[in-house]
Design a protein around this ligand. Structure first.
Ligand code: ZN
Length: 234
């Protein structure tokens, strides 16, 4: 099947679907200038540790400056704007769908998407780990110590070694069970438990993947391309 036929078939599937679920990752936001920090492995300040080590609860509490500098330099891009992929997904979700995203940058909400499940939380849900009060990004961007109580401030994202919020997990599984079309994009689909969500899909649901590389899942219609090229034509 050539690329154009595939895109036509995908369009038909979107038009015919009653409920669409999108599963997205970092590749959707790179077009908004947000780098995939996993690809920046070890370049930060000559530190040879992996993001998995730095983005852990142990580092947050035992080496808070390392954690803080890493997230501020590699993860926060408060001026980033949603791109055509976020906008197209928002348009479809607001009609008849839900997005489950691994992205923590809130660009889908900024694109107006009202049906977003943030699987790994988001960077702007910031709070103090000691007194649990919410903290603004402005305050966090100036210091990781909470002025009021001296506690360490953290973003409400799922760190390596932490569990996915059980409510988010339950909601995601329900969304998967109720959709008759699944569209995966901008993710290599190897991070668990996110990649496991596909196991909860309705058995007859159609599945598409729009990605630069093939994803390791059977029975998926794959379009190997930059997602931006495809979403601009949907
Ligand atoms: Zn506090």
């Amino acid at each position: 099947m050539n690329e154009n036929t595939k895109i036509d078939n995908l369009k038909k599937d979107i038009n015919n679907a009653k409920k669409v679920v999108f599963l997205t990752g970092a590749g959707v936001s790179t077009h908004s200038g947000i780098p995939d920090y996993r690809s920046k492995h070890g370049i930060y300040n000559g530190i040879s540790e992996s993001p998995e080590t730095i983005l852990s609860e142990a580092t947050l509490f035992n080496r808070p400056e390392l954690f803080y500098n890493f997230v501020m330099e590699n993860m926060y891009f408060p001026n980033a704007k949603p791109n055509q992929i976020h906008k197209k997904i928002a348009e479809i979700c607001n009609k008849k769908g839900v997005l489950i995203t691994q992205n923590i940058d809130t660009l889908d909400s900024k694109a107006g998407n009202k049906n977003v499940v943030e699987f790994h939380g988001n960077l702007y849900n910031i709070y103090c780990t000691k007194c649990h009060k919410p903290v603004s990004y402005e305050q966090y961007s100036s210091n990781y110590i909470h002025k009021e109580c001296g506690g360490i401030i953290r973003p409400g994202i799922v760190l390596y070694g932490e569990q996915i919020n059980p409510e988010v997990l339950t909601k995601s599984m329900k969304v998967m069970e109720n959709a008759d079309l699944v569209i995966i994009s901008g993710t290599s689909f190897v991070v668990y438990p996110f990649a496991q969500l596909l196991a909860y899909k309705e058995p007859n649901a159609k599945v598409w993947a729009i990605n630069k590389t093939e994803i390791p899942a059977p029975g998926v219609n794959q379009i190997i391309d930059d997602a931006l090229n495809i979403f601009e034509n949907l």
